[in-house]
Design a protein around this ligand. Structure first.
Ligand code: NZQ
Ligand code: ZN
Length: 395
């Protein structure tokens, strides 16, 4: 296991009606003037917006509001938020929604405390040294931004979708009420579940040795997702299944499962090019890319894929049966994963997400701009990435 530091001070308030504590939590973490940030309207439809506003009023907390965050959040609204925070003297940002809203809130939080262009954090021209505190009320289990250091934004001018990170961006508090996720359409539920599983896979597929504790934590989260996801697809109001998924989503990405090892992240970066160009749902893009990545790296570095098949998908070791091989074991695991994704309504090909094979060169060029390789489990060169994209274009 590699050396590591881990600092994850987010306060979680989990369970039914937890959103009613939002006013007192903002006070507790020092907020006096809040920017209330949200997405395209789901919180108004569900009645959550009215509840939150009432809590703020009851606590005597003044606020300005900025809605309209789109999935795959854009830089334009971040600039608007930074200006609002400065003009109105906001000292706290409350994000009510999913990963897109939380990521946009984090960008505004860092950008408001920086004299230059907030995009400098995403091009790595500048390091985040200060940020306004952020609190969240999560409405979809997916991105894990409620407990993570990261923010992913799409720059509207350049079409680049990329991330920035800092411990300063971990939310001060996150309110996780599983009931709030019951209004999600099945496709968003499934895409969220896929994202959670791939956050684990990015950490699991590592060449770092002797990481049994984090391997086993990863496997526990994956097995939980395999058990619970079909239950919520079948019954969207299954509170207990929603609750397990919601906490799994946090555990999958606050890095408790990923410390002490070299992580991969190729599938995410290969996918981000798809969501940047075609505006596909991130989790759906991952359903297309991650199994294709697994099939490709299997030929080069099978060892962790064999373990994935045996421990996560309960595939019997084929080599032990005499005639089979480790690679066959791994392949059976990948096939089970693909069948699972299909069963929850996720796409597995370019065609299903409206992506076009003619863009493969362009996608790869953007992905590798200034870099020799992508990922760590296997270091992928441009031709490898193209093979992965091409493999999901075939029938
Ligand atoms: O915008 P509204 O109207 O709220 O609708 C949203 C949106 O259309 C809807 N929704 C959310 N909660 C709902 C609901 N609809 C009904 N009932 C509810 N309870 O769902 C749609 C998707 O929302 P979004 O916030 O985009 O989802 P998600 O949480 O999957 O976030 C995706 C974004 O997070 C980034 C992705 O790249 C993508 O841009 N990621 C962020 C990470 C991080 N910050 O650590 C890591 C991830 O790997 C990921 O890259
Ligand atoms: Zn993700």
């Amino acid at each position: 296991m590699d050396n590591f530091t881990f600092y994850a001070p987010t306060y979680f308030d989990f369970g039914r009606n937890a959103e009613e504590h939002v006013g007192s939590l903002i006070r507790r973490f020092g907020g006096r003037k809040v920017l209330l940030h949200y997405g395209g309207g789901s919180i108004k439809k569900s009645g959550l917006y009215d509840k939150v506003v009432k809590c703020l009023d009851d606590e005597g907390i003044s606020y300005g509001e900025l809605g309209g965050v789109k999935p795959n959040p854009r830089s334009g609204l971040v600039y608007e938020g930074i200006e609002m925070c400065r003009d109105e003297g906001c000292d706290f940002i409350l994000a009510v929604g999913g990963g897109s809203t939380i990521d946009s809130a984090k960008a505004i939080a860092a950008g408001s405390c920086y004299d230059g262009d907030f995009w400098d954090f995403y091009t790595k021209k500048a390091v985040i040294e200060k940020a306004l505190p952020v609190g969240t009320i999560l409405t979809i289990a997916a991105a894990g931004s409620e407990g993570s250091t990261n923010t992913v934004i799409t720059n509207e001018t350049t079409g680049v979708k990329t991330g920035a990170g800092s411990d300063l961006l971990r939310p001060k508090f996150s309110i996780l009420n599983p009931e709030l996720t019951c209004t999600l359409p099945p496709y968003q539920t499934a895409a969220g579940a896929t994202d959670i599983m791939i956050h684990i896979c990015e950490r699991y597929f590592s060449n770092t040795e002797e990481v049994e504790i984090t391997d086993r934590l990863c496997e526990a989260v994956l097995k939980t997702m395999i058990h619970e996801t079909p239950r919520v697809i079948e019954d969207p109001h299954n509170y207990e299944a929603r609750a397990n998924i919601m906490w799994a989503g946090m555990l999958a990405h606050n890095n408790v499962c990923g410390v002490g090892r070299v992580q991969d992240w190729a599938s995410h970066h290969i996918e981000h090019e798809l969501s940047a160009l075609y505006d596909v749902t991130h989790g759906a893009g991952l359903a297309v890319i991650a199994p294709a990545w697994m099939r490709y790296v299997l030929q080069i570095n099978p060892h962790k894929l064999v373990q994935f098949a045996e421990r996560v998908w309960d595939v019997l070791p084929q080599a032990e049966s005499g005639s089979g091989t480790d690679e066959e074991t791994a392949l059976l695991g990948i096939e089970k994963f693909e069948a699972f994704l299909k069963s929850i309504g996720m796409p597995l090909s370019f065609a299903e997400i409206g992506a076009d094979a003619k863009d493969i060169d362009r996608l790869t060029e953007k992905l590798l701009a200034g870099k020799e390789t992508e990922g760590n489990y296997v270091k992928l060169k441009a031709e490898d990435v193209k093979c992965i994209y091409r493999s999901v274009c075939e029938d």
